[in-house]
Ligand binder design. Structure first.
Ligand code: SF4
Ligand code: SF4
Ligand code: SF4
Length: 331
């Protein structure tokens, strides 16, 4: 049997076995009622980057310069030294904020703490874990084997590997969980002067999003700062005009950082994604193929059958199967 025939036979056996084995499909995982996260409202962000500096300070991360004078911490993207960046969309004269034509708008990039996280699904040693109560997606450096599957799997390009370190690790936002025992919360939200970044329970974040979206643009209102459900730090403002899309509400099964904006999210650099989580798709496929080990056993059976058939054919032709390879190798 030639190579093409072998793969056809083995593939057909595995596909047949998979078809015979009922699919163990699973849907998207569901949000915990006590999940916490962030709300980023691009229309309130003034681009001060206080959140970037506070994130660095809270997480003990060094500066990252991208200018010749090397005077300022100027990260261009998230990295092993930066867990949170504010980026800007700009067009034409940039005359008006939150407008597509001749406008500009800000976006935040950090881990979105997906409800059904790909990084958690692919990690072979559970170094990436999702807390069943808070929904926090955390990273355990001691368990990590450096395979970087999480890097490849994240639809938002969030986890970064510190290649430049002799002891490399994955770097990503962990919602400042180390501050929680002291009664503190996400440093980026705590410092944000306008409440563009807010920390809170996802249920409260969703209610706040619904409240803002229900207001006609220009309506007098107030905006909370810091932590939803915490001490009142709200200030008066007017309702913004939003695009009809809450980013993170449905993307890949939903995320715990959700976003409002005045310009389309594609322009802010956020990818367009399906509602079905990648984790549910890949796990359904794996469980179907490997359920009861039917497909691997069928594949092994096909291999054995082909090997036996080749040996019989060679014996019938009077050849010693141990010395024939059909080519020039070892001759
Ligand atoms: S601190 Fe708030 S207003 Fe300033 S850049 Fe960050 S999100 Fe925007
Ligand atoms: S954004 Fe990426 S790193 Fe963060 S939880 Fe989702 S899959 Fe994991
Ligand atoms: S929650 Fe903490 S680690 Fe995450 S972006 Fe905000 S400050 Fe940085």
């Amino acid at each position: 049997m030639d190579r093409r025939g072998f793969f056809k036979a083995a593939g057909a056996a595995a596909a047949g076995a998979a078809a015979a084995c009922p699919a163990q499909a699973r849907g998207n995982k569901q949000l915990s009622p006590d999940a916490v996260g962030l709300l980023f409202d691009s229309t309130l962000c003034v681009g001060c980057k206080a959140c970037v500096a506070a994130c660095k300070q809270a997480n003990g991360m060094p500066s990252e310069v991208s200018t010749e004078d090397a005077l300022w911490d100027t990260p261009l993207d998230i990295s092993g030294k930066t867990l949170n960046v504010i980026k800007v969309y700009k067009h034409g004269t940039m005359a008006v904020k939150d407008r597509v034509e001749d406008g500009f708008a800000f976006s935040k990039k950090s881990c979105l703490h997906c409800v059904d996280a790909s990084c958690v699904s692919v990690c072979p040693v559970s170094a990436m874990k999702k807390d069943p109560v808070t929904g926090l997606v955390s990273y355990n450096v001691d368990a990590c084997i450096g395979c970087r599957y999480c890097v490849a799997s994240c639809p938002f390009g969030v986890p970064r590997f510190t290649y430049d370190s002799p002891t490399p690790k994955i770097s990503k936002c962990q919602l400042c969980q180390h501050r929680w025992p002291e009664g503190k919360y996400a440093a980026c939200a705590e410092v944000c002067p306008t409440g563009a970044t807010l920390f809170g329970k996802v249920s409260d974040i969703k209610a706040e999003i619904a409240r803002r979206k229900a207001l006609a643009p220009g309506t007098p209102t107030s905006f909370p700062r810091g932590r939803l459900g915490g001490p009142d730090q709200s200030y008066p403002g007017v309702a913004s005009k939003y695009v009809d899309h809450v980013y993170g509400e449905k993307e890949v099964g939903g995320t715990q950082m959700m976003m409002l904006a005045g310009v389309p999210f594609e322009l802010l650099g956020y990818p367009t994604l399906p509602e079905t989580s990648f984790a549910s798709r890949s796990e359904t496929l794996q469980h179907t193929l490997y359920g009861g080990l039917v497909a691997p056993i069928a594949f092994l059976g096909a291999l054995t059958w082909v090997a036996r058939r080749n040996v019989k054919a060679e014996e019938a032709a009077g050849l010693d199967p141990g010395t024939t390879d059909g080519g020039s190798h070892g001759r």
